[in-house]
Design a protein around this ligand. Structure first.
Ligand code: SAM
Ligand code: SF4
Length: 469
């Protein structure tokens, strides 16, 4: 049931955003460095400070922002990268979002919702490639109500295939009311993501021409309702290209501050997808405010510095080269081996693009991505321990508790990665992966935790699964 939104107000102060963006033009280098230092001291930045970074144009200073983002990532999170895959459940949609291949008026898209046996086949295909974490994606349609989402999540968790199963299911779906969020929470979800798309309301109204999504405030308050329903693990995002990225990045920060102030907890993740070409959707070829690769790098680094505690997600929408570069700026999660055609993991018929929301630019397999991550000295992780032990908001703990990454995250990454290699890897990836694990072990102090880790690694090699700290 959708509730009257006339009482809701916007917590995105557009006038203030424009004011800050004008007031901080041409910031002195000393001020830029001061802001970067504040972030490296693990402080969330204020809007004026983010605006200083956004207005930094001098290439040498921009390099210092990039370096700051890299340092912050190393300092807080180390070199782990969590891997997941998107699973599209259905592309029926009653909205008319101008940028989306699923919009109701698009006659070129082929509509499809997975049946339960089809869902099972998709999950089996993903599990057999080694995935442990999924994000389920839905169009907005009465048939994808809270009960349907709940039942879909339960069905995913029910699947077991040899040594594998999905251990964490996140959701990207339409905003629900509080009762709806409670229903979905009961299925044991991880993060619930709702992207605002654009925080600039006039642009929002121009982009969303029909359906419930036209209601800016209902969507803006979606994650407040999720919190009220007990989901404290929420993801925000803006679709880059609809309006000026500077405004959107500030919007993400104001949304973060609103969640912090209202619920004492900021977003678990921030997403910053760029518009990609989509079937039957000419505007995607020329987004009104297309973001260049360079500005995209800047916005990722600025977000990292501005909200040091949050997880940041970079998807296969971006090219391989750009992903490899941007991953250093504080990205904590990437998808890999993704296929976003509905039903296409198990039955690729050459026509899956007709059932896809947009086109992906990184077509590498999970195995290949993992190998390349190791070659670049990243540690792939499939860890789901915190969420399953009720340590929700693992990014907050990584951030807030000294030594948390060393004690929990890195050993759990090693254990889940070893499982992956034993069960699913190609020989070349095993070579690269074992070298990476060796490097990780060398970096660890020779203490009790390391001894315990080596013991558990031996147990995994002997066939045990799902061990974690
Ligand atoms: N239908 C739900 C909704 O709109 O909230 C679920 C999300 S939709 C299936 C997933 C996200 O994909 C959207 O929130 C939007 O940010 C993004 N998206 C839509 N069209 C896109 C495009 N052409 N290129 C890249 N991302 C796009
Ligand atoms: Fe539907 Fe979501 Fe696409 Fe909009 S973005 S048309 S709501 S699937």
């Amino acid at each position: 049931m959708k509730i009257d939104t006339t009482e809701l107000t916007s917590f995105i102060p557009a006038d203030d955003i424009f004011r800050w963006l004008v007031k901080t033009r041409n910031p002195p280098p000393a001020r830029v460095r001061e802001v970067i230092r504040k972030s490296l001291d693990k402080n969330r930045l204020e809007p004026e400070e983010m605006a200083v970074l956004i207005n930094t144009e001098d290439p040498d200073l921009v390099e210092e922002i990039f370096a700051g983002a890299r340092d912050l990532k190393q300092l807080i999170y180390g070199n782990r990268i969590v891997l997941f895959a998107p699973l599209y459940i259905g592309n029926e949609c009653i909205n008319n979002c101008q940028y989306c291949g699923f919009r109701s008026t698009n006659t070129e898209v082929s509509r499809k919702t997975l049946s339960v046996p089809e869902l099972d086949r998709e999950v089996e295909a993903l599990v057999k490639r080694g995935h442990k974490r999924l994000i389920l994606v839905f169009g907005e349609h009465p048939r994808y109500d809270a009960r349907f989402i709940h039942d879909t999540v339960c069905e995913v968790y029910r699947q077991k295939h040899a040594n594998g199963e999905i251990r964490r299911v996140n959701i990207n779906a339409a905003p629900l009311d509080v009762d709806g969020f409670k229903t979905v929470k009961a299925a044991g979800i991880g993060t619930y993501q709702v992207f605002q798309e654009t925080y600039h309301q006039p642009t929002y109204q121009a982009m969303h021409l029909a359906g419930p999504k036209r209601d800016f405030l209902w969507r803006l308050h979606a994650l407040d309702r999720a919190q009220q329903a007990g989901i404290d693990d929420v993801g925000i995002g803006a679709l880059m290209g609809l309006y000026d990225w500077r405004f959107e990045t500030m919007g993400l920060l104001y949304h973060t501050i609103h969640l912090e102030q209202t619920f004492n907890v900021g977003p678990h993740t921030i997403s910053f997808p760029r518009i990609e070409p989509a079937i039957g959707t000419a505007m995607c070829n020329h987004p009104p405010h297309a973001v260049s690769d360079y500005d995209f790098k800047r916005l990722v680094a600025i977000l990292r510095l501005s909200v040091p505690y949050t997880g940041m997600i970079l998807t296969c929408r971006e090219s391989i080269q750009l992903r490899n570069e941007i991953i250093q700026f504080g990205v904590s999660q990437i998808d890999a081996g993704s296929n976003i055609g509905v039903g296409a993991y198990s039955q690729e018929d050459g026509e899956s693009y007709k059932k896809s929301q947009f086109v992906l630019n990184d077509g590498r397999s999970l195995d290949q991505v993992i190998r390349e991550l190791c070659d670049a000295d990243f540690l792939p992780s499939f860890c789901t321990a915190c969420y399953r032990l009720g340590r929700t908001g693992e990014h907050f703990m990584e951030f807030a508790i000294p030594g948390f990454v060393k004690r929990f995250c890195t050993p759990n990454a090693v254990l889940t990665f070893l499982e992956y290699m034993d069960d699913y890897s190609s020989p070349e990836t095993i070579q690269a992966g074992m070298r990476q694990i060796e490097r990780e072990l060398q970096r660890m102090p020779n203490d009790e935790r390391k001894a315990k880790l080596i013991e558990r690694m031996a147990e995994i090699r002997a066939g045990k699964r799902d061990l974690f700290f």
